[in-house]
Design a binder for this molecule. Sequence first.
Ligand code: NI
Length: 181
Amino acid sequence: MAIRPILTVPNPILKEKSLPVERVDDDIRALMDDMLETMYAAPGIGLAAVQLGVLRNVIVMDLAREDEPPAPRFFANPEILESSAEVASFEEGCLSVPDVWDDIERAARVKIRYLDYHGNLIEEWADGLYAVCIQHEMDHLEGVVFIDYLTRIKRSRAVEKVKKGVAERNRAKKSSRVAAE
Ligand code: NI
């Protein structure tokens, strides 16, 4: 397993549409393992393959609270079969948009179908945080990031904030490298 770099906005790859996997084989499981390790290290609760620059319909997630044991979930080729008319608003964030949060309204419940880590076909209803997270991650597979739902002014402010943060982190990394030499 390996921690891989996470792409941040405005990287154009994040706007690309991902493609289905043919089957969940060892290569896809290796990708899922890397994604999970990268997500835990960030730390985050969900990650789509495109965020690592891999345009495949693969998602990892862990919604366990800090006082609970890890509960990783793996999704390949997820589909939404049904959405509740009822909506719910949740303050979302994204590892590709670090340090930005905003309220996003989505279906409160969704019925989903996907292949799990072992390639089993699963159909189930997601609600609460699970519903929020799976819809957020499935948006990534379509090239949509949560800030795309915000007003133009809020969106450009978010992108500027991320760019500034990335530049600051790169500067800090460079100076710590110099200090180590
Ligand atoms: Ni995200």
